[in-house]
Design a protein around this ligand. Structure first.
Ligand SMILES: Cc1ncc(COP(=O)(O)O)c(C=O)c1O
Length: 371
């Protein structure tokens, strides 16, 4: 069969630019790469607690058999949503099988033709993709730049939605949430916060930490990172939930999550709450890393620490040298970030040891010396 010509052209262009993506098996080594911030993916006690949930009931393991509007809405699902809403001090929670799907569902339907969605330029791809399915206009504001946001708010006609992440994975910095929410109130705009990287790391997320739950329109919390599971929830008013049920295609036209996955989410909330030492150990490791005076662009409480090098070559050499020692990090390259802004992303975990962090830092410093 003759394949479309542009496939091979596009792939070879990517290869030529050094931006080609390919799959490899997940690494076994020193982990400064995964999103398993609290170490739950390797916590035997947590894993055993999850197994206990089954109580020998193998029906829990199979799929939901349909969309939630047809055969797929279980009692476990509605009870867990109620539990999640209570935890986050909000009227409703709506579960989705992933954060990507939650953002796709939310942003595809909440805004109409006369609305504008202002997104931070570093917002996650799933938000952009959700906006592409929407009739609303989308504009970007400069990363965490409240004056640029205000400039756009003052010039935009019609109602505005503002989309931010509470902790950004590209820079490892926090959104100035209080300032953004205050500004939004001044212009009668609505704020939506993606808490994918903050939930768990900061218990129920930064919106709850700052007491902003009644001042944001919606939040997305995801369970694939610190919770070491899968899935996500959209948090907001009961009307928002009804709106999603009626207008969000990814909710309506897709099979619901399996019950076991849902029960695991509830268990993880409890486990994280009952083990505050996991969060403390993580923060301890972040502080230990920061004490080494590595030139990092990130916030000093962030588990994501981003490091730049004098050139792309230095970055590639550093990643290679780390890999040789079995240390896994992530080089973030174009097109994920702009050319010239390539960086190394280090993800710190509760379980990283001091000697692992020492080893990581000493290799990085060999390639960062000109900074
Ligand atoms: C900010 C943000 N939102 C949403 C997602 C998507 O979440 P999930 O992996 O559960 O699809 C991610 C995952 O990378 C993310 O970083």
């Amino acid at each position: 069969m003759k394949l479309p010509d542009h496939w091979s052209n596009d792939l070879s262009k990517r290869q030529h630019r050094g931006e080609y993506r390919s799959l490899s098996l997940s690494a076994i080594g020193i982990d400064f790469l995964s999103n398993d911030y609290l170490g739950l993916a390797q916590n035997i006690k947590f894993q055993r607690d999850l197994l206990q949930l089954l109580h020998g009931d193998s029906r829990l393991l199979t799929g939901a058999t349909g969309s939630r509007l047809l055969s797929g809405n279980s009692l476990h699902c509605t009870q867990t949503e109620y539990f999640i809403a209570q935890k986050h001090q909000v009227e409703s929670a709506t579960l989705f099988p992933s954060g990507y799907k939650a953002n796709l569902a939310l942003f595809s339907c909440i805004a109409g033709r006369n609305h504008t969605i202002l997104v931070d330029e570093y917002i996650h791809r799933s938000v952009h993709d959700g906006c592409r399915l929407s009739y609303a206009k989308k504009k970007k504001f400069k990363h965490n730049d409240v004056s640029h946001l205000e400039d756009l708010l003052s010039k935009t006609k019609g109602r505005v939605f503002i989309a931010v992440e509470s902790l950004y994975s590209m820079d490892g910095d926090f959104a100035p949430l209080v300032e953004i929410v205050t500004l939004a109130e001044k212009y009668s705009a609505w704020v939506i916060v993606d808490e994918a990287h903050a939930i768990g790391v900061f218990n129920r997320g930064l919106v709850n930490e700052y007491g902003l739950q009644d001042r944001v329109l919606a939040r997305v919390v995801t369970y694939g990172k610190a919770f070491a599971l899968q899935g996500a929830a959209v948090l907001g008013s009961s009307t928002l939930k009804n709106y999603l049920i009626n207008f969000a295609s990814p909710f309506i036209y897709s099979t619901a999550m399996p019950d076991f996955q849902i029960l695991c989410i509830e268990e993880a909330y409890q486990f994280i709450e009952q083990h505050p030492s996991l969060r403390k150990d993580l923060q301890h490791n972040i502080q230990y890393f920061r004490q080494h005076s590595v030139h990092s662009l990130s916030d000093d409480k962030s588990p994501i620490q981003v490091v730049q090098f004098p050139s792309l070559d230095h970055l590639h050499q550093a990643v290679g040298a780390l890999k040789e020692e079995g240390i896994y990090t992530c080089a973030i390259r174009a097109p994920t970030v702009e050319v010239g802004y390539e960086r190394l992303r280090i993800t710190l975990h509760q379980f990283n040891s001091a000697s692992e962090i020492d080893q990581l830092v000493s290799i990085i410093k060999n390639y960062q010396h000109e900074y």
